[in-house]
Design a protein around this ligand. Structure first.
Ligand SMILES: [Fe+2]
Length: 278
């Protein structure tokens, strides 16, 4: 099979071109993608245009595919439709939350290993790009003294913290509903079995344990600003059929805002996490 692998961006992203449809459903292709994912955090197959069956089959070659707790939105229980159209997705009302930098599943003990997203339809007004920020690279480039200080910190993550960014003034009933989602404490710096380190940041990060609310916010905002500088980020402008895989454990991601009436429609699968945050 003839395909090319091109590194994009200074720290983050690989583009693999020349493959589409069922050609991706091949263990050698999946292994190339997994290797690139490990080195560069984000892997883009331009205009891959997989069927739903092939999307699930390809995802299974990358790892264990999550079954969605609320059931999928397509004939496959593994596929979630990402759209603001409530008639197509049960979670459409929460899409605005994805406009803020985040990591999926931070309130779980084991966050998802990776996310696979494929564009079925794109916006017609240049909105809805997806951005990624590499917190492995961002951590590595911090001064040694800062890294040592961060290594000792722990952070509480909550669903409520992410919702407050969208709805800063909830009524008590709304707030209570958010708070029924259990929060979770993780180390700020995640050390993998391999020794690699990344930072667990983003919209769910509510509070640093042992610091005041103000000190917490200041430090978390400073780290988010640091991690989302140009040299650690990648912005993907979608074409129909593009398939993007990212390492959900080390990449922050966000959607650039798109309207409620936007045609943007993505199909998503998630790969089950393999390491506890520690
Ligand atoms: Fe997400």
């Amino acid at each position: 099979m003839a395909y090319t692998v091109t590194e994009i961006g200074p720290t983050t992203g690989v583009e693999i071109s020349g493959l589409s449809g069922a050609e991706l459903v091949d263990q050698d292709v999946a292994d190339v993608a997994l290797d690139a994912l490990n080195r560069r955090g984000v892997v883009i197959f331009r205009e891959a245009n997989l069927s739903e069956d092939d999307l699930v089959a390809f995802s299974r070659l990358l790892g264990k595919v999550a079954q969605l707790p609320l059931g999928g939105d397509s004939k496959h229980p593994e596929i979630q439709k990402v759209t603001r159209d409530a008639s197509q997705s049960k979670l459409a009302a929460y899409r605005e939350g994805t406009f803020f930098w985040h990591i999926d599943g931070t309130t779980a003990e084991v966050p998802d290993k990776a996310t696979v997203l494929m564009a079925r339809q794109v916006s017609d007004d240049d909105s809805g790009d997806t951005e990624f920020a590499n917190t492995y690279a961002a951590y590595e480039e911090l001064p040694a003294a800062d890294r040592a200080e961060l290594d000792a910190l722990r952070v509480v993550h909550s669903f409520a913290a992410s919702q407050l960014l969208v709805y800063p003034d909830p009524d008590p009933k709304e707030r209570a509903a958010w708070d029924r989602n259990p929060s979770r404490e993780h180390p700020l710096v995640w050390t993998r079995g391999s020794g690699r380190k990344s930072m667990v940041l983003g919209s769910t990060a509510e509070q640093i344990v042992g610091k005041s609310e103000d000190e917490s916010k200041t430090l978390l905002n400073r780290l988010l600003e640091w991690s989302t500088q140009d040299r650690f980020t990648l912005r993907h402008q979608w074409r129909v059929g593009d398939l993007v895989i990212w390492d959900n454990t080390g990449m922050l991601h966000r959607a650039c805002p798109y309207g409620e009436q936007s045609a943007r429609l993505m199909l998503r699968t998630s790969l089950v996490g393999e390491e506890v945050v520690q």
